[in-house]
Design a protein around this ligand. Sequence first.
Ligand code: SMO
Length: 737
Amino acid sequence: MAYADTSIPAHPSGAQALSDSAACGLLRREDARLLRGQGGFVANRQVPGMLHAVFVRSPHAHARITAIEASDALALPGVRAVLLPEDFVGLRQPRVNALLPGMCLPQAELLPLDRVLAVGAPVALVLADSRQEAQAAADLIWVDYQDLSPVLDFAPDSAAETLYPGMPSRQALHQHIAVGQLPKHAPSAAVQLGLPRVAASPLEPRAALVQWDEAAQTLSAWLSTQTPSRAREDLAHALGLAQSQVRVVATDVGGAFGAKASVFAEDLMLAWAALRLQRPMRWLASRGEDLLAGTHGRGSQLQGQLWLAPGSPQFIGLAAQMQFTLGHWLPFSAAAPLRNATRILPGPYRVLAQEVQAEGLLSHAAAVGIYRGAGRPEACVLMERLVDEAARRCDIDPLALRLANVWAAEDLPRQLPSGEWLDRCDPSALLLRAAERFNYTERRARQQAVRGDARTLTGLGIALYVEPCGQGGESVRLTALEGGGYLLATGATAQGQGRETAFSLIAAEALGCAPGEVEVLHGDTAQCPAGIGALASRSTAIGGSAILAAAAELKQKLAEGAPRPCTVELFHTAPNEAWASGCLMVELHIDRDTGAPTIKDVVWVDDAGVLVHPTLVHGQLIGGLAQGLGQALMEKIVYDDSGQLLTGSLMDYALPRAEDMPPVHIESLPTRSAANALGAKGVGEAGCIGLPAALLNAAHDALAQIGITEAQLDFPLSAPALWRAMQAAPASPSSSL
Ligand code: SMO
């Protein structure tokens, strides 16, 4: 492992680290707790009299329920209650963010009375004095199922089926963005590829502890969530309570990656039961339950075409057709991946005309939600594959073709014809700096000298990416305390990414005090103003800008003689959306006998705007890279033809380990964001966006060395997949098989 330097030269735009001396300091005590194993997760929390919840789950992908028998289960010692579908009548599916025009949403009961729509869907809830007793009882509940045929992911005939009355399974979500007229002649490049479903795999699986206080008529919910305010709204709505009657607490969250941005059926069922039984209760999902019934990520099939001007390297047309599987219910951000993928194309490139279409399809499988990148990886990999393919077919070096088509820094920021606003960035500088660090020209020459002669194929892969970091605003309440010091309560939350450290730095810099004088509160709706949370790489860019605005106002009030305690509370909306960007270059080796891929090294130049805390930025980049590596090389959720999940444990679902990490050389080349006062861009998703695209390009580049140019490679780039692709090679005298 080589987590190399993070050198941070200032860019001509003036962006640099906010506070170099403080930035290189230690994490705050509150953040460091997590690294020391002292976090307080839901699984660490008990309340007196707490019951333990276990869900009975459907073993069928699609079936009619004709009978349920729970008397044996109820007779077991320690079992306090079994709740069946009829006990949840009145609970509706939680709301969905209407991100797309004309969205058609299921208006359905949370639990259908007589049907199951996916393997793992909850059918009953068992509550007992211990988790073991609850599990034993769940195993004794007898359900009579009548099998129905399931609609599988991307089923060509799914138009004929409906999961929800009145709602088409095909095109449940759709988007069409057209700008200009596409050329009439054949495209210069065409590609297609698939991204399988993957699992977010946070350290703490989903978890909830709920407690109803009958005297106060309030519900407290300790949830492993990245959006406490949203969860409070959903819980209040589901239970028919006022928001003021619900408190959600999510102080320590063991990672989330998008998969904890929505409430789940289990959360609502648990809260519903706590209210009715008047007992506190806790549910801790097992790893298998998260793989089975958490939200998955990706799950898309992409096609695209790119046109170059005749006799010139200019991009004149881009078309994309994308399909996203949705699974059997829609989490809050179900439309986000599809929307992001369509709106981000063509990335940092100028293209005269574009026509981008996407559709989302329901199926009898786990729901697909946002997952680190949320559509950005799809846009990036499709565009970057098209650029490489056009370069190969037109015999132009892929670096040169990119340099010929990216936006010039002086033309940014700008409103694009698609309606998107592209932030200030410098794609040429990213490409050139990465090429220099990577020794691109020398490596290319070396590769061309060897070509297909070696036992190992070498591929060079480039990916340029953009990372829009969320729209809207964030809340903050900042108080100058009577006895000195400050209390900062934010609506942006933490998932283990060091928010207390970063937020106290931002506030301290603006207030002119030491970071240690700022205490940070987050994740508790009783202590923090209602806000958005931590997602879409937005917490520093938007949450941080809100802190800056509050600090400026507070400072002015104090300067005007306002007495302490003095509070400023506001919801600050960022004027625009920050877009981070970056460039990755990788060298990939493929063993010709086995197909085994090995990443020799990765060079990565990232532009996250003003860096508040370079060490935290570095950690986020490395973490995102590791997750992107998992998606690119090994992770894949697999269902069989009857809708059964074949990857139900980490014995079957491959996560990357430390030893899988290649040497990574990261450099920051920040340009100040023009979107917000802080000048910061996001950073959390970058690795997941850029690395898979660079690796896929490298794999195709390697195969091209032995004349294989027509293979369709999908993720993950496993040894068997690469080996099979190589078998199409024309017989070569140098092959000693
Ligand atoms: S995939 Mo993210 O938490 O918006």
